[in-house]
Ligand binder design. Structure first.
Ligand code: NDP
Length: 381
């Protein structure tokens, strides 16, 4: 059983060398008789999520109350998609497909599988249960609809817009009739248009009522071929998009894209972007604070200078966690499954092949190396 194990606690940015790949040759493919409700699963896909960086740090973090930190020598765990190969749990039987928390390894023994979701709909790619139909999808849905309450015609800005959560926030807002602008970075991954390279698969979709386009799924984390602006505008249906790393000033960029101001900001990055957004919000605007990835690995978070805008513009700024919305999962599926089947929502994934490439894929989130949802393929279905 090949496993990704924590070798060193991360200090600042997580590094490949914080992990080691080990093989446990003693693992049995049966749930031990001593376990009253364990399941043994074969992992297919693992999800690279920014929150994992908190759990890899030794220092105290505010998230510790909600997650338990990894200990040295332990196998990393996180969201994934798997198949049950043995079960002593009444809810699961051999052959069931599931998504939820599993190990970064080929096979995982899950002692308390109550938080696994059974996958009922298999006419969509299984990998989507790490993203579109999994935790990031519910995050986008809960954050946009429950926190921001978008209305037709409103101006919406999304940061980290080409990522797992952002690409869906933008599409959900478009479906609501909003005007949506996204920002994304990493100019080094910008070769305009879709260049098919080794290990890439090009899928054609019909998206939005009148447009058809192709989605490139990258099967190599090192060969990125898409311009995020092109991806956002021409492939995901955003009204506009900009590369924040190429702008002289974020305030000026936002004024250019939102001359009348922003009604809704879906915050994924924090720091300078949030500060510039505060200056450009409209009266009674709403900000859903989903994540602050630009701040996660800093020793000292950057300061905000424009918080007075919250007062003067009567803004509502609300943080949320996806766990607040787990009860909405069935309602969320009712909304998205028909949209996926009607090709009105699409999803871009960046799939790193092989468990041994998992650490590099995770590390890449913090430099923007991923184009779309970063997934690790452990084994084919
Ligand atoms: P993404 O797929 O968007 O990957 C992370 C992206 O963040 C990178 O590709 C990069 O995109 C961007 N990024 C990385 N470092 C920086 C930086 N210093 N400044 C600006 N942008 C940066 O990740 P997710 O969609 O999974 O997550 C997006 C956000 O949502 C994160 O903040 C995450 O923590 C949060 N989140 C919150 C949840 C909740 O329950 N509240 C649940 C899930 C996610 P680019 O090339 O555009 O710079």
């Amino acid at each position: 059983n090949k496993q990704v194990v924590l070798k060193n606690y991360a200090t600042g940015f997580v590094k490949d060398s914080d992990f080691i790949i080990k093989t446990d040759s003693t693992m049995s493919l049966k749930v031990p008789e001593s376990s009253s409700k364990g399941v043994l699963v074969k992992n297919f896909y693992l999800s690279c999520d920014p929150y994992l960086s908190f759990l890899l740090q030794k220092s105290d973090s505010s998230l510790e109350a909600q997650f338990s930190r990894f200990s040295l020598g332990s196998t990393i765990n996180g969201f994934g998609v798997a198949k049950v190969v043995d079960s002593r749990h009444p809810k699961f039987e051999k052959g069931d497909l599931v998504w939820g928390i599993t190990g970064w390894e080929e096979y995982s023994l899950i002692a308390e599988p109550d938080s696994l979701f059974k996958i009922e709909h298999t006419d969509v790619p299984l990998s989507h249960y790490t993203g579109l139909l999994g935790m990031p999808g519910l995050t986008a849905y809960g954050g946009l609809f429950e926190v921001c309450n978008p209305k037709k015609g409103e101006k919406v800005f999304v940061s980290a817009a080409s990522g797992a959560v952002g690409q869906l926030v933008g599409q959900f807002a478009k479906l609501t009739g909003c005007h949506v602008v996204g920002s994304a970075g990493s100019r080094e991954k910008c070769t305009h248009g879709s260049v098919l390279q080794n290990g890439h698969v090009l899928l054609s979709f019909h998206v939005w009522p009148l447009a058809s386009f192709s989605v490139e799924i990258a099967f190599s984390i090192s060969s990125i071929t898409q311009d995020p602006v092109d991806l956002l505008k021409n492939k995901l249906g955003f009204d506009d998009a900009f590369n924040y790393k190429e702008e002289q000033g974020l305030d000026a960029a936002l004024k250019r894209y939102f001359p009348e101001g922003i009604d809704i900001y879906f915050e994924n990055v924090g720091g300078k972007m949030l500060d510039a957004v505060l200056l450009n919000m409209r009266m009674h605007g709403r900000i859903a604070v989903c994540g602050l990835i630009s701040q996660y690995n800093l020793e000292k978070p950057e300061g905000l200078y424009n918080v007075a805008s919250i007062l003067f513009k009567r803004l509502r700024v609300e943080g949320f966690a996806v766990f607040d919305y787990l009860h909405l999962y069935p309602k969320f599926l009712d909304l998205v499954l028909p949209q996926i089947r009607a090709k009105k929502i699409t999803y871009v994934e960046d799939i790193a092949e092989g468990l041994e490439n998992g650490p590099a894929a995770l590390v890449g989130l913090f430099s923007g190396r991923n184009v779309g949802k970063q997934v690790v393929l452990v084994a084919r279905e």
